[in-house]
Each structure stands twice: as C-alpha cells, then as structure tokens.
Design a protein around this ligand. Structure first.
Ligand code: SF4
Length: 377
C-alpha cells in the first residue's frame, strides 16, 4: 500500500491518508490506535501489532466538536475531535491521548465519553523533565501503557518485540533526516510541502512499508541547488493546512530547520537500541525538545529557537501559530520580544485547520520578505 509511492502520491496520501489506512487495516486484519500529538511512544502501540496513527486534524467542516469543546478551544484539539466524531472514527479501535497542555489535560475524558465502545487511554508523561522524579515517572508511565494495552488487546510483548518495533521506527526517522539534509542544502530538489508531507505520512502509516518508499525516494533524488531561495526556520507545533507550505514554495523559502512536532521534533526521536527498550524510550522523552511553556521553562524555548537560527544561518524565523493554542499564546509575547531584541527578523503566521482561503497569509508573508530583502526589518 505505502511501499512504492512517488512524490505526487505522497502528497495525495498525506492530504488524506484515511482511505488507504482503512483499506490496509481491512487487508491486514489489524487494529488502529490513534494518538494526538505529542510524545506517545508509538513503538509500544506497534509492538502490540496495531497501527499507530498520529491524529493531525482535518480541514473538513466542524459539525459535532463545537458541542463538546468551547469556541476558544484550540483549532487542533477541535479539529481532531471532529475528525474522529464525524469522519474517520470508525477505523480506530482505540486512542491513546497525551497530556501536553491545559487543553489536553481533560480532553481524554471528553474522548472517553464520546467513544464509550473504544479503548481510550491517557498518557501522562511529565513535561518538566528537569525534576529528579521525571525519569522514574516517564518510565512508570510507559510501563502502565504497556500493561493497559496488554489488558485491552489480550496480548503481551517482550523486550525483543519492542526493540524490533523501535528499529523500524528509528529507520524511518533516519531516512527522513537524510532526505531533509539533502533538501536543506539543495532546495531545488524537493519542495517544502513534499518533505513535510513525507513526515506527516510517516506518522500515520505503516513504517515498515513506508521505509521502502523513503529509500526509493532518497535514492532517486537528484540534488539541485535552485536559485533565489531564502533560508528560514519554522517554529511551532504543526503547519496546517498543508497548503501553507505551498506559500513557502511559491515565495521560494527554504526551510532549513524547524521545531515542529510534525517535523524535527519527531525526527529527533531516534531511540537507543542497546539496552532496555523501556529505559530507552524514557530517555528519548527526557531529551525531547521544548514543548509547552505552561509546564516548562519559558526561556528554554527562546534559547532553542535562537540556537537553531544561529546553527542554520537562516535569514528569518517564521512562527506558525495555531488559533487559540493556549500554550503558544502564553509563550508568544515573550518569545517575540526576546527574538526582536536579538535583532532576528520574525514573522507570525496565524493558522487554523478549517481555513478556506490563504490569500491574507500570502499577502502578509510576501510583504514580510519584500521588507526583509529591502533591509527594512
Ligand atoms: S499545545 Fe496548543 S495546539 Fe496542542 S493541544 Fe494544546 S492548545 Fe492545542
């Protein structure tokens, strides 16, 4: 199903992966377990012979979610709930829902009530990893998830099975990292949208199959420098709808670094393979990049963004803001101030999953880069 895709097909599947997921599950006789972002160890779900699927919203209209989540709930949380309630819920046998911010803190209860006949489990990994108790906590949480999945599925897993699953996921991330490196240095090779579509699709389909596609894609890439590209870094959680990346490609912006959960923050999650898999998954969590300023050190984000900007020699930062993301809204005023004090050009793109027109974003983005070229920023 996903083992021999070309770039055009990757874009199509990434735009709407669900028909292919539905068919694949039927053909293989497997179960799908969805998880909202971020940090659920999908290797555990895969080790139980289920398909882990990251839920990354829908651009289809909101019909039922507004009755369960208020209007000022973030666009991603509302859109994900809608995806499951109105459009694709049938293909999931269960959900594992992490707590990453105040919005997600009680979201698993709403999902539990909304899907009484499905498996719904919370994943409560610590956000403040500097605390001495954090490593113990995350390890216990992974073990609790394993016990919960075991009791639901009636199966058990051992270290060998979990290590095999980790190996497939690691290979996937490594291939994506390698393709990203080619794209960063040779922006005429593949577009931003093509690359980030690969990452998104990797988060939703069978990795063992998709790794074959990624190997082919990588082998057939012909590096091309292209002309007149401006290097930028992308800061945020997700960048949706995917057509936002078309704007970057139109304006010839080359994303040379990012902090997206649907980007580098995912790719950095390669897990050590030389010991206890649960310890290794816990270690990955401890080393994960910054996520939520509400539950973490607000200055850490600034330091990470500044370091990325300097390391990549990018010309500007594009911050992708998700409508009503309380986590970003808590962080953004300080972050903006500190970045501007450093003299780094920064543009904030306001995004919403149900956006129907991007013309206002295009105009603002074009104006920002015209000013940048003119030296007035
Ligand atoms: S971090 Fe932001 S986008 Fe993610 S669930 Fe929380 S409020 Fe929504």
């Amino acid at each position: 199903m996903w083992e021999d895709l070309n770039l055009k097909q990757i874009l199509e599947y990434a735009k709407d992966p669900y028909p292919s997921i539905r068919k694949w599950l039927k053909d293989k006789g497997k179960k799908a377990v969805g998880s909202t972002i971020a940090d659920v160890p999908e290797e555990v779900i895969h080790a139980f012979d289920c398909l882990p699927v990251s839920l990354i919203g829908t651009d289809k209209p909101l019909k039922k979610a507004p009755s369960r989540l208020p209007d000022n709930g973030c666009s991603l949380a509302r859109s994900n709930l809608e995806l499951a309630l109105s459009y694709e819920g049938d293909l999931f046998d269960g959900f594992v829902l992490p707590q990453v911010c105040d919005t997600t803190q009680h979201l698993s209860d709403i999902w539990r009530i909304s899907f009484p006949n499905k498996y719904v489990e919370s994943y409560l990994a610590p956000r403040q990893v500097d605390r001495p108790s954090a490593r113990y906590w995350v390890k216990e949480e992974i073990e609790r998830l394993i016990a919960s999945m075991s009791s639901w599925s009636g199966k058990s897993i051992n270290d060998t099975v979990l290590n095999d699953s980790i190996a497939i996921h690691n290979e996937n991330k490594k291939l994506l990292q390698e393709i990203y490196e080619i794209k960063k240095k040779n922006p005429g090779t593949i577009t931003n949208k093509q690359f980030f579509s690969m990452v998104k699709l990797a988060m939703q389909v069978d990795k063992a199959e998709f790794n074959k596609t990624l190997k082919n894609v990588k082998a057939n890439l012909k590096p091309r420098k292209g002309k007149n590209y401006t290097d930028v870094i992308l800061v945020g959680i997700t960048c949706d709808p995917p057509e936002v990346l078309d704007l970057f490609d139109e304006i010839k912006l080359n994303i040379v670094g990012d902090s997206l959960v649907t980007g580098s923050r995912y790719l950095q999650g390669i897990v050590a393979q030389n010991g206890s898999p649960v310890e290794a998954l816990a270690e990955r969590h401890m080393k994960g990049g910054f996520f939520s300023p509400i539950h973490d050190n607000v200055y850490k984000h600034f330091e990470e963004v500044k370091a990325l900007y300097k390391a990549t020699s990018a010309k500007a930062i594009i911050y992708v803001h998700i409508e009503f993301c309380e986590s970003q809204e808590y962080d953004l005023p300080d972050l903006k101030k500190m970045i501007r004090q450093e003299g780094i050009p920064m543009h904030v793109l306001d995004t919403e999953y149900q956006t129907v027109s991007l013309s206002h974003l295009r105009t603002r983005l074009q104006a920002f880069f015209e000013s940048l070229k003119g030296g007035s920023l």
